[in-house]
Ligand binder design. Structure first.
Ligand code: ATP
Ligand code: MG
Length: 581
């Protein structure tokens, strides 16, 4: 490809709405253009990268034994009624009607459609396990589309689904998919980690997310210093030893704390460490059907700990999503303002985090404005109904497997695998006949990869202040040949054309920067760095006079003068050796 003919849509200005580097570089390098909030077009340079990512995903999925299909983006409401998600799914599901006033949605995911296919096409356990996948556009009306294609409304996902005769087979395929995902992300050259994850509202039990490590990541993941334990912070468990479980109970006192309402203020005033305080958070409860009620539930945490909302909203009788009580309902229920609430004589349901159940002689609110209690201990007047793990893991906590301590890093979720169980197959009655001729519901797995998000995640990990640095496997071009002063030198023209043709004959994708003198060498160099081509060769009258050309590696920035007659061998060795790493 020649730059004179190629849509090299680089721009100098950083777009105002681009908060993170990948978004800035994708627009500046001319990979994507915004159409509307969360909707992007892929320009030729970006689409070349996207296709390479897609191809790696496809090759590894095919190797795993999965079969590729394509399902419609538009899905009828009836299927979603069957699974219960037409009502259950929030405004992320974009619904609309056709000309006959029939309800449809744009597919945010395809469990319903695939289950419908499998229930009619499969009849015997002998045909299982079946793994089907597609690589296709999804639409989710995200509350906050941001970071360009990282969290967009329309994006490309690889979604796979597996169907089994029993749980054991599901477990086996889950492990194959886990390995397949590791193969995919390794081939893509990403620094990634599989982590134990929350299966969220999609249902099911076991789940892992695959995260690319990057400071701009929206998720927090925790790792053990001494073992393989790694989990999403939303889900990570971990006990904490009480600082004073063996202390004798002292006599409690009610003390004036005036305007001090936060843990820090009360701690400073009373000279009590937050580790010996209990904070009480009030949230709304839920009825048996899971609907939010006006009843409040108290959640107790140690003063130095933070609430993990994902864990809390999974508790029975607690509204999901978590809904904190406002000042009015607190006043109405407890009779005092927030900031001095505590468990003593509290007549609502109380759930204590494990970090407070062994605490002795702690300070907490007295349920009276401006007052706290010190040397509080669990008793008939001060008790909790249940204890649960509802705190956020902190840096330095002990690892739940007993090996080492935990550290926290940020990650970008690029893949997610779930063991769904029978959630959808039961609802849609997807059965096959087993060995005894009996109809059995098939357990399912589902496996997603954010194909478009991978491109952004890769740039987050691989860039410098000049621009993108593409890994060899997904670069839009392997080599860029920059002509300098070709209008003055036929030799430059002829030699660069020769290299262009010969390198392509080696199977490389080559971009020849053949733009005329209106584009200065400085601009050509800057653009080649911005768009991140891994190998650059500069052909100029001066270097050819010395029988050499200048080669620059994008990743190391190192320059070398290469004898012009051995350039092709050099390119063949350099590019191939890096690709096979
Ligand atoms: P997130 O927590 O980021 O919203 P999710 O749990 O909703 O992700 P899944 O339903 O598991 O995501 O989708 C599979 C994959 O699709 C994710 O791992 C992610 O890489 C990608 N993905 C999800 N939502 C988006 C989006 N809005 N834009 C781009 N990629 C997305
Ligand atoms: Mg989501």
């Amino acid at each position: 490809m020649r730059t004179s003919k190629f849509l090299l849509a680089t721009i100098k200005e950083t777009p105002a709405d681009a908060e993170i580097i990948s978004h800035q570089l994708m627009v500046r390098a001319g990979l994507i253009r915004k159409l509307a909030s969360g909707l992007y077009s892929w320009l030729p340079l970006g689409f070349k990268v996207l296709n390479k990512v897609t191809q790696i995903v496809r090759e590894e999925m095919d190797k795993s034994g999965a079969m590729e299909v394509v399902m419609p983006v538009v899905q009828p409401s009836e299927l979603w009624e069957e699974s219960g998600r037409w009502q259950g799914m929030g405004p992320e599901l974009l619904r609309f009607q056709d000309r006959h006033e029939r309800d449809f949605c744009l597919g945010p995911t395809h469990e319903e459609v695939i289950t419908d296919i499998v229930r009619s096409e499969y009849s015997s356990y002998k045909q299982l396990p079946a793994i089907l996948y597609q690589i296709q556009s999804k639409f989710r009306d995200e509350r906050r589309p941001r970071f360009g294609i990282m969290r967009s409304r329309e994006f490309i996902m690889k979604d796979a689904y597996s169907f089994h005769k029993d749980e054991e087979s599901l477990q086996q395929t889950y492990e194959v998919m886990h390995q397949t995902y590791c193969n995919i992300f390794s081939r893509l050259g990403l620094d990634y980690r599989p982590v134990i994850a929350d299966s969220g509202n999609i249902g099911g039990s076991t789940s892992h997310e695959f995260h690319v490590l990057a400071d701009s990541g929206e998720d927090e993941i925790v790792f053990s210093s001494d073992s393989n334990y790694a989990a999403n912070r939303e889900l990570a468990e971990g006990g904490l030893a009480s600082p004073n479980a063996d202390e004798e109970s002292l006599e409690q006192q009610t003390v004036d704390t005036g305007d001090a309402t936060t843990i820090d203020q009360v701690s400073a005033l009373l000279h009590i460490e937050p580790t010996k305080m209990v904070k009480t958070l009030l949230v709304h409860g839920a009825d048996k059907e899971g609907n939010r009620t006006d009843d409040l539930v108290a959640l107790l945490l140690r003063g130095d700990q933070e609430l993990n909302e994902t864990k809390a909203q999974k508790l029975d009788g607690v509204a999901a999503p978590l809904h904190f009580a406002d000042d009015d309902s607190i006043k109405k229920t407890i009779g005092c303002p927030p900031g001095c609430i505590g468990p003593q004589n509290l007549s609502i349901r109380i759930i204590a985090d494990h970090s407070v159940t062994d605490l002795k002689n702690f300070a907490c609110g007295a349920n009276t404005e401006g007052k706290h209690i010190t040397n509080q201990n669990w008793s008939d007047q001060c008790k909790f109904n249940d204890s649960a793990d509802i705190r956020k893991i902190q840096e330095g906590d002990p690892s739940p497997d007993g090996q080492g301590t935990l550290s926290i890093k940020r990650g970008i979720e690029v893949g997610h695998i779930f063991q769904l169980g029978k959630k959808y197959s039961e609802a849609l009655n997807a059965t096959v006949l087993d060995e005894n001729g009996k109809a059995v519901v098939m357990p399912m797995g589902c496996y997603g990869i954010g194909v478009t998000r991978i491109v952004a995640a890769c740039i987050e990990q691989s860039h410098d202040d000049k621009g993108i640095i593409w890994p060899e496997n997904i670069t839009p071009f392997h080599l860029i040949v920059v002509q300098i002063d070709a209008h003055k030198s036929d030799q430059v023209k002829a030699y660069s054309e020769q290299i262009y043709a010969d390198a392509q004959a080696l199977g490389l994708e080559v971009l020849l920067d053949d733009r005329d003198k209106k584009t200065s060498p400085g601009v050509k160099f800057a653009e080649s760095e911005l768009i991140g081509i891994p190998h650059r060769v500069v052909v100029s009258p001066r270097s050819l006079a010395d029988n050499v050309v200048e080669y620059t590696s994008r990743s190391s920035g190192e320059k070398q003068q290469i004898d012009k007659d051995s350039l092709l061998d050099f390119i063949a060795n350099t590019v191939n050796s890096q690709t096979s790493d």
